[in-house]
Design a protein around this ligand. Sequence first.
Ligand code: GDP
Ligand code: ZN
Length: 468
Amino acid sequence: MDSLTIAAIATPVGMGGIGIIRISGADALPIARSVFIRAAAPDDGGERTALPPVPESHRFYHGYIRASETDRILDEVLLVLMRAPRSYTREDVVEIHAHAGPAALRAILNLVLKQGARLAGPGEFTRRAFLNGRIDLTQAEGVMDMISAQTDRSLDIATAQLRGGLGDAVAAIREPLSRILAHTEAAIDFPEDVGEEIDADDLLRALTRRVIRPLETLAERYEDGHILRDGLSVVVAGRPNVGKSSLMNVLLRQDRAIVTPIPGTTRDTLEEQLSIRGIPVMLSDTAGLHETSDPVEKIGIERACARLEAAELVLFMTDAGLPPTEQDHAICQMIRHKPVIWVINKVDLVEKPFVPNIPDEWAAWPRIGISARHGDGIDALRDLIAETVLTSSLECESVVIPNLRHRVAIEESLASLREAVSGIDAGMPFELVNIDVREAFDRLGDILGITVREDVLDHIFSNFCIGK
Ligand code: GDP
Ligand code: ZN
């Protein structure tokens, strides 16, 4: 990374109320000065002036962006300087709040670049915030999760991470490990001095209780976090006329996610996005899942099968009044290795749902009676879905949840710790155990970005948008 001043358009491209150009680095202020003139204040005789030599930090200045070569006014703007270190990047930051037309913003950005700034790469502002020590790496990742959060609950995880919750949790485990490391390292430096002072049993106990168990707990939350971040694909499977479309409609009416689709996902009409108990859900239906010779329908069936194959949860639907058929059993064969909720629909039509002689497999699935037509049981179905897919209840403190990168590092750390434990158990000398402890310690440092490699950073920040 270089230390040049960087600049980018920080708001989404397109129409909008305002658009913001962000400049960060040692030259942010001189560059701003060279493109900005202040509007005349009512009481100073109509004179336009330059920015004061030492502008106030965190104060808006009203004025114009002017191309000095042509003397052309590009836009009327508000300009704010945030002096280092009280800024997002901890460098001098200038924001120019302009009108949001893409042409106007690009013209201003070009002017700024001509004055010596370099166009920022994806996530480069956040990367500088990280490199300058304002945030740890988990917080930088939280910034991105926050931008892409789709439901309130995903947002809760992202903000907790942004505030440093996950970083704190990892640091709290890394701390006792650092003391253990000091012991095993001391064994290397002064073998004859401390050789007998460290008690292997104490070390084992500390490792297990203070480090390994808390790490395991943290790793277990990954699945939940993954679901809340990336969403859950749910397929309603069942033979024709059991009420699949009716269920989808009733859920959609109440829960349709009010968010834009994730870029890159094609939205076919059978797949809908909704939010169930805060879980972003991609809900689809296996309409047309039956034998056919019609080539067009065949494509439909293949797609239905593919969706079923990819489903993370299947709502297997039957009709409360009808006994299982061959077709039901065929569907069951396809979903037997998946998490399933058995949804018995049309309970409004019967005194008691039809359940005699059901296969063992069905009996093992959590089951719920609903009426898609009248809305009975829908709320309970939502709860059952959330219960089935989330392992922890995710109350306040547990919104601290690792992402995939963190999980991999945690697993690597745990693997080394287990090596260390069996080493100590086997009576290995501490200088050998130390290698594993050191490794485990460094992997935890990776999570916070302390020991992380440059290419990992590149990868993380390349997922950001430019301007963030
Ligand atoms: P799909 O083929 O599985 O998608 O089934 P549909 O949702 O199209 O429903 C088939 C028929 O069952 C329609 O006439 C629905 O109105 C009816 N239906 C769906 N759910 C219920 C229900 O809970 N109770 C009753 N009485 N009828 C329902
Ligand atoms: Zn249908």
